[in-house]
Design a protein around this ligand. Sequence first.
Ligand SMILES: [Zn+2]
Length: 180
Amino acid sequence: MPDIRPTAGSGALVLNATYEPLCVVSVRRAAILVLSAKAVCVADGEGILHSARNALPVPSVVRLTRFVRVPYRTHVGLSRRAIFARDGWRCAYCRGPAETIDHVFPRSRGGRHAWENVVAACARCNHTKGDKTPAELGWRLHNLPAAPKGTAWRVLGHRAPDPRWADWLDLREPETEAAA
Ligand SMILES: [Zn+2]
């Protein structure tokens, strides 16, 4: 095991051999993949990692040298942070800063705890709304709540992407061309 000191708060994006984003791992884990030839670095981060025998740039994006088949989760976990991230940290009713989670159709009346029925809300709207539905109050939702979709969500969840990962996470289709 190389002795690699991790850079605080950083991670590395792991791509499949096909360039499809897979997951985010610690910089240390990514460096071990590179040093053991299980992955190649395709984008450097900042700084140099030192081990007993090697020095390599901090990996920001690595690509696996062999294709791995991954069973994907078909849905994103419903966490408070994930709901805030989906709704842009804004109240679904007044667009003010969100502080709470509201069930659009109230739980007390059988509303489900599901992506389609939860929104970020400010404390004031949440309190005012109470056990009523938006329709009963004459309120409108800015967006119809739905489960988040797409590669970035699958890979990152509520995690903020490193700007260096944008090229890979924004891909419409996985690249299949062979590396030179
Ligand atoms: Zn509000």
